[in-house]
Design a protein around this ligand. Structure first.
Ligand code: GCB
Length: 608
């Protein structure tokens, strides 16, 4: 059976990745922009968008701005920063639709073109596109200004809290302090590629594809969404040799692909769906979408891809690198995918926020399976609050947070629905699911996510004890995070075997669902050695993994092991963080620690 994602939910301008085609152009706006930190918060009232930024410095796009300056105040700034640049719009573009598109701006953006406000966006990890056709000057210079706000509050994802601190060095005598309950540095800036996009006035707005298979015949259902109803529409499917293997006419329909080559983990096969649309006035639009034919399903204790049991071997990751912070970087991405293949991994979770479209496209191509997560992280109060302070209540995670959470789920599904690499949505990481008020909240999130995409299983990643986990039953797969012999019983490697097994069995007994061990790991300083193994040494991490793996191998309901973390990454400063989180199997510079060889030995031989 084929199910399409309801199109009312997906009518968003942002979903199609910007490409060149015979009817479209995507002009990169990456490079050096003018940049200024709004220390006193005056930019908006002084209308910085109206003139060239004064005393600006150069800032690369895409990149985080935090690690490029030598000043702690710049790195730790809370509030607005401003970006500006000029560009030229060819006169020949007149008559087309012109838009500005950002892969992501973290966390919130306001955009002006030639001094006129053209739009705002909330949320730091998804794309947005603004129609600027009436604002651009054709055949002339233009300038774009972006205000980037990095603040987090209880209605944002991830959530955070702002407090004020006296500071005599600050122009206002006080400064803002950002608190948050998640374990990665709050990088900010224009993090992903920016484009000036030209497409026909009447155009393809979106394409939705779902796939299935009957024996050797692949079924590809498609639906094309256009800005106005077209007079005709057609699609052709090309194989990797560029041969047409199926075609159809109409805005929606089904293609049959004889002798289909499936998209398989580790063995990706991508077809290209070419959509052509002609409008009443004779104008036309063409878009090419890479697609893979595959199925996913949870059945009993198993996770099936193409009807075959799939065991997740891989990591929780981060978009994080030296200097660039969370800025999209092809160099890091290609190295990471090569390391994933080297170590025998087949999957990762986009912990704890949606990753760049460039990474998703790479995963499609390289056959790496992805669990796609939204930035619902930090919905638990770690330390500093009296015990039992609620999270799900009017003052913290509330109805507004829920509304935004649902918006982000919808936008993520709109962006990533056509990626064969995405096999499951993860709706949250380590929320306080022991609270009664978490139940209606996550019931809504689970119901809406299933409604928006009936084709993929959904998961939640939890760290609560099984007998106090009140919402986990709502999901198809439960991701469990456990740090035995680390946060629990530090240094006692012998506890891993019995404790981890007991804990995972309890989850399965209570919920009867497949369990993914979504996080387990130990901080390890590259170059520290100790025999017998001691915490932070390479030997400890290696032994920790061996003992954990022995547990997974005894439990048939465990559908995968995602080690925390792929690489060392930046966090806020604190006494438990030695220049960041060191649970990486690779260093932040992407070189293996000893444990990488242990995993490689296991994963390249694992018969599961
Ligand atoms: C967790 C979190 C992850 C942290 C990790 C740690 O449970 O999900 O974001 O980085 O623990 O290392 O403490």
């Amino acid at each position: 059976m084929q199910i399409l994602i309801p199109s009312d939910i997906l009518r968003r301008m942002t979903s199609l990745y910007p490409i060149d085609s015979e009817t479209r152009e995507a002009k990169p706006l990456d490079g050096l922009w003018e940049f200024k930190i709004d220390v006193a918060g005056r930019g908006l009232t002084e209308h910085w968008e109206r003139s060239p930024l004064r005393d600006a410095s150069p800032m690369p796009v895409p990149s985080s701005y935090n690690d490029l300056s030598t000043g702690a105040a710049d790195r730790d700034h809370v509030g607005d920063v401003w970006y500006q640049r000029g560009f030229f719009v060819p006169a020949s573009w007149q008559g087309d639709q012109i838009s500005l598109r950002f892969g992501s701006v973290t966390h919130h953006a306001s955009v002006w073109l030639n001094g006129a406000h053209v739009g705002d966006h909330r949320g730091g990890f998804l794309p947005f596109e603004l129609d600027v056709t009436t604002n651009v000057r054709f055949g002339q210079a233009n300038h774009v200004t972006v205000r980037v706000d990095n603040t987090l509050n209880w209605t944002s994802l991830p959530p955070g809290e702002i407090s004020e601190q006296p500071d005599p060095t600050h122009p206002a005598g006080k400064r803002l302090k950002q608190n948050y309950h998640f374990d990665f540095f709050n990088y900010a800036g224009i993090h992903r590629p920016a484009y000036l996009v030209r497409k026909p006035k009447q155009h393809i707005r979106d394409i939705t594809v779902t796939t299935g298979r009957d024996g050797s015949v692949g079924r590809v259902r498609y639906e094309i969404d256009t800005s106005v109803p077209p007079s005709s529409a057609s699609v052709s499917l090309y194989d990797e040799q560029g041969r047409v293997v199926a075609s159809a006419t109409g805005r929606a329909g089904e293609l049959n692909v004889p002798d289909v080559k499936l998209w398989r983990p580790g063995k990706a096969y991508l077809y290209e769906l070419q959509a052509n649309v002609v409008f009443e006035d004779g104008a036309n639009d063409t878009y090419r979408l890479p697609i893979g034919v595959r199925t996913v399903e949870v059945r009993g204790n198993q996770f099936l891809i193409n009807g075959e049991p799939f065991y997740f071997r891989g990591f929780g990751k981060h978009e994080d690198a030296d200097l660039r912070g969370r800025g999209m970087d092809h160099v890091t991405n290609v190295r990471d995918f090569n390391l994933l293949k080297w170590i025998g991994a087949n999957s990762f979770r986009t912990s704890h926020y949606p990753y760049s479209e460039e990474i998703m496209r790479l995963a499609d191509r390289e056959g790496i399976v992805i669990i796609d997560e939204v930035p619902a992280v930090g919905m638990f109060l770690f330390g500093g609050h009296p015990p039992n302070t609620p999270v799900f209540c009017d003052d913290r995670v509330n109805d507004k947070t829920l509304a935004h959470h649902l918006d982000v789920m919808r936008d993520l599904i709109a962006r990533d629905k056509n990626h064969p690499c995405v096999v499951m949505w993860s709706v949250a990481n380590e929320a306080n699911t022991s609270e009664d008020a978490a139940v209606p909240y996550f019931t809504r999130v689970a119901d809406e996510t299933r409604r928006m995409d009936p084709t993929r299983p959904i998961a939640i990643v939890t760290f609560r004890p099984a007998d106090r986990a009140k919402v986990e039953h709502l999901f198809d797969v439960i991701g469990v995070n456990r740090y035995k012999a680390w946060y629990e019983n530090p240094g006692e490697l012998d506890t891993i075997g019995p404790d981890l097994e007991r804990d995972l069995r309890q989850f399965h007994e209570l919920f009867g669902k497949p369990i993914l061990v979504a996080e387990f790991g130990a901080d390890t300083i590259h170059g520290f050695h100790s025999e017998p193994p001691t915490m932070f040494s390479e030997e400890y991490q290696a032994e920790y993994l061996r003992r954990s793996a022995a547990v997974f191998d005894r439990l048939d309901f465990v559908i995968g092991e995602h080690v925390w973390n792929f690489a060392d990454f930046a966090t806020k400063q604190g006494v438990t963080r030695v220049m960041g989180n060191r649970k990486g199997i690779f260093t932040r510079q992407r070189q293996p620690k000893m444990a990488a060889h242990v995993l490689r030995e296991r994963w390249t031989k694992l018969k599961k």
